[in-house]
Design a protein around this ligand. Structure first.
Ligand code: 13P
Ligand code: SF4
Length: 356
């Protein structure tokens, strides 16, 4: 029963004490988030993994790429557990190493005649929502990782070192960030690794400032300008904030955009009586609505839009992995092989050192 599950989780937490730290992403369901020692956006959770050196085990209630990142940043002796190994991210799966390598080779050939003494022809930038192998690719090729909370800082870092950026996997975060930095839309073409010439004429690739990978988030691509207009019609004075994984017209139509923590801070800075429409995952929106009952807070999409993979972290899996730890068994451990972790850490460390 649910009561029994929750009793098991509480008992295991009590037994394991400081040897255990549970991290939870904002999109996790309430039944899981209540047990997290730290709840945050993906950047904050990466930092949290770094700043808990005393814990023997980090149980990551989030998705696979987040647990991989925690393993790369944690001490070698620390174990990182993902309670359900099927909790992936469909966007991260949209960029595989072979396709990125193939696109990179084509770009290198095209840019071979450029003078590289001052600036590299292209700097690879991977969104945190990607495999450790792609972070390692960036580490090897002078590139860097970004999250939705530091994407413009990271793009500035990249433009100080290169003429262009190859941004993957999320086209929307890349486009929205480039646009906010003043890059014209026509200089942000999409590259398709499966098409000859990456699906673009060579001049477009030569003129480009931000080369976008065609990945997207299936949750955030559901948000539309019509929903923003509907919210404004239904609630005059409504404030609209969306995640930058939403398509550009939606971000443009909103009053603000930002990472999950930026959305939380936007709500925290609002006043009683305010009406706020949010374009992000529904578990987080519902939690904010419950936390601030004196404001009207709702999800822009009237049809419930959870992240189905985040939702795979059920309390049953959490209880099962914690039971294992109490018995001395590490279940569902995420281990990034050393040869990948070393290069991936270079790209992650560049991100952690990049400052606005
Ligand atoms: P944040 O970095 O804003 O937490 O976003 C992570 C994510 O997966 C959003 O879909
Ligand atoms: Fe991936 Fe989208 Fe889920 Fe975030 S909300 S974990 S990008 S599928």
């Amino acid at each position: 029963s649910d009561d029994e599950l929750h009793a098991r989780i509480r008992a295991a937490k009590e037994t394991l004490g400081d040897r255990l730290v549970i991290l939870g992403h904002f999109y996790q369901r309430d039944e899981v988030v209540q047990y997290a020692d730290f709840v945050g956006d993906s950047f904050q959770l990466a930092n949290a993994a770094l700043t808990k050196p005393d814990a023997e085990t980090i149980v990551f209630c989030g998705v696979h790429f987040m647990a991989e990142t925690a393993d790369i940043l944690a001490r070698p002796e620390q174990h990182v557990i993902l309670p359900n190994l099927a909790a992936g991210c469909s966007m991260a799966d949209m960029a595989d190493e072979d396709s990125v390598e193939a696109a990179w080779e084509e770009l290198m050939e095209l840019y071979a005649d450029e003078d590289q003494s001052e600036l590299a022809s292209v700097i690879p930038v991977t969104y945190m929502n990607s495999s450790a192998a792609l972070k390692a690719f960036c580490g090897r090729h002078g590139g860097i990782v970004c999250t939705s909370s530091n994407a413009s800082t990271v793009l500035e870092w990249a433009f100080e070192r290169g003429r262009r950026v190859l941004f993957f996997p999320d086209q929307h975060l890349g486009r929205n960030t480039g646009k906010a930095m003043g890059v014209p839309e026509e200089l942000m073409p999409m590259v398709n690794a499966r098409k000859p010439g990456l699906g673009q004429d060579p001049q477009t690739l030569l003129d480009a400032k931000v080369l976008l990978w065609p990945g997207f988030c299936s949750v955030h691509k559901r948000f539309t300008v019509a929903q923003v207009e509907q919210a404004r019609a239904d609630h005059p004075g409504v404030k609209v904030i969306v995640h930058p994984e939403c398509p550009m017209p939606v971000v443009d139509a909103a009053d603000a955009s930002g990472s999950t923590d930026a959305i939380r801070r936007f709500v925290a800075a609002s006043s009683p009586g305010d009406v706020i429409a949010i374009g992000t995952e529904v578990n987080m929106v519902n939690r904010l609505a419950a936390e601030y009952p004196d404001r009207t807070i709702f999800c822009l999409d009237p049809v419930v839009c959870p992240c189905s993979t985040m939702y795979r972290i059920h309390p049953g899996y959490l209880a099962w992995t914690l039971d294992g730890l109490v018995e001395g068994e590490v279940r569902n451990e995420i281990v990034v092989p050393d040869e990948i972790a070393t290069d991936a850490k270079i790209a992650l460390d560049r991100m952690l050192a990049a400052r606005p």
